[in-house]
Design a protein around this ligand. Structure first.
Ligand SMILES: [Zn+2]
Length: 428
């Protein structure tokens, strides 16, 4: 019989707080979980998302796309976390997909985290038949049906589980706000690589294990864009996060699913970024595969170092729409009162927190939320239940550059999100 009482020491010098020892009997009466994985690779050529300059349809598939579902239940309360190998839920597709899943499975709004891994090598989601390619509209409808069935499968096939947590570190993500100094001495921030800039290297891993000790799911949270491939790429791929998921699943076996969640990475790209294609030169390891493997190997190392499985007897969740101050510049579509809505979804599974943000959030904001969280481990999950655009701290607005310029939010919005996120987590 396993012991549920231990301290895990990890290379990142992290010591986990632990809950009191539980017996196996408690575990079977406590948290139940079910998982599902469904292939969502497009079977027709599609428009791909992430780069406005890319106009043609996809020409092939490098690696498959999936949606991965973890569903949890205790005492009538449910929590469903969905990781989807797409860029995000833009153009109203978050509400379209969420409302269908919530209605079909009779879930409360706070019980569903619909998240995307932000790969820029996946189909554009759209429900706009007049404007967008019919293959993309068809794909999005197909995705809706597949997500409903995957969530249903996870909810229908549950078993007693315990939860294990571990923390690692990975340098795959790099700050992309590069300072350029022109010949005349003028400075600007461009999209590039800033090795001295802030990055959150934490790899947070949650193992969901059966009573026999085998893993149902090994979920991980890491802050990077899925942009090792650029607009020149026309083949479908999960990019770095998706390739990491596939690597972990191949290594662990047992039908284990390895959903990726994307941390606050609005200003973080993979170390090798925006490449024109998978390099097929003999002997060369294509960069997305290399970086996805580095991240995946760290996830597996952290998973193997998790010595304790703890019982969980409590699920709490909350779904909040913040009305954030909009930028006053032209072209930003704010509501009449000058605000832009922003979704926050928060949940607790015992002493593990999940904080979903409906936008592209700078890494400093995610780090501040983690630091202020009342829980020892907080999954900050962006591209969750909404796609409100970039959220950048005040300092970034002063510096300028792509993200603050295209952000719909006023400079003070980031501090509001940090404050409200921590307050919501404290209330759970
Ligand atoms: Zn992005």
């Amino acid at each position: 019989m396993r012991t549920f009482f231990a301290i895990i020491c990890l290379p990142a010098v992290t010591i986990l707080a632990v809950t009191p020892s539980r017996s196996l009997v408690d575990l079977t009466e406590g948290l139940k979980a079910g998982v599902a994985r469904v292939d969502i690779t497009p079977d027709k050529p599609v428009r791909m998302s992430g780069y406005a300059s890319r106009k043609d349809l996809s020409t092939g598939v490098h690696d498959p796309l999936s949606a991965r579902v973890m569903a949890f239940k205790t005492e009538g309360k449910r929590l469903v976390l969905v990781s989807t190998d797409v860029i995000g839920f833009y153009d109203g597709t978050a509400d379209y997909l969420r409302s269908a899943i919530l209605a079909e499975l009779k879930l409360q709004p706070s019980e569903l985290f619909l998240t995307a891994i932000h790969t820029h090598a996946a189909p554009t989601l759209t429900v706009n038949k007049d404007r967008d390619h019919p293959n993309n509209v068809e794909y999005t409808e197909m995705l809706k049906d597949k997500l409903i069935e995957a969530v249903r499968q996870a909810l229908d096939d549950m078993e007693p589980v315990g939860i294990g947590l571990g923390v690692g570190s990975c340098a795959v993500g790099a700050n992309r706000r590069e300072l350029r100094v022109a010949d005349d001495g003028k400075t600007s921030i461009v999209l590039g690589r800033n090795p001295d800039g802030v990055t959150d290297k934490e790899v947070l891993v949650m193992a969901v294990t059966r009573t026999n000790g085998t893993p149902l799911a090994v979920a991980f949270d890491y802050a990077t864009h899925g942009t090792s491939l650029g607009p020149g790429n026309y083949v479908i791929s999960g990019d770095v996060p998706g390739l990491a998921e596939q690597f972990v699943e191949n290594i662990l076996g047992f039908g284990t699913i390895a959903p990726a969640f994307i941390g606050a990475s609005g200003n973080i790209d993979p170390w090798f970024r925006v490449l024109p294609a998978f390099n097929e030169e003999p002997g060369w390891i294509p960069e997305p595969v290399l970086l996805g493997t580095v991240l995946g190997e760290e996830v597996v190392h952290v998973y193997h170092d998790i010595k304790e499985t703890r019982a969980v007897d409590r699920i709490e969740s909350k779904y909040v729409t913040l009305q954030l101050p909009a930028k006053s510049s032209q072209g930003i579509v704010a509501q009449k009162d000058g605000t832009v809505p922003f979704q926050i979804t928060a949940a607790r599974l015992g002493d593990v927190a999940f904080l979903g943000l409906g936008g592209e959030v700078f890494t400093e904001i995610g780090m501040a939320i983690k630091a202020g969280s009342p829980c020892p481990h907080t999954f900050v999950i962006t591209h969750c239940n909404g796609a409100a655009g970039y959220l950048a701290p005040k300092e970034a607005h002063l510096q300028g550059g792509y993200e603050p310029t295209s952000s719909p939010f006023a400079p003070q919005a980031a501090d509001i999100v940090i404050r409200e996120s921590i307050r919501i987590l404290q209330d759970l």
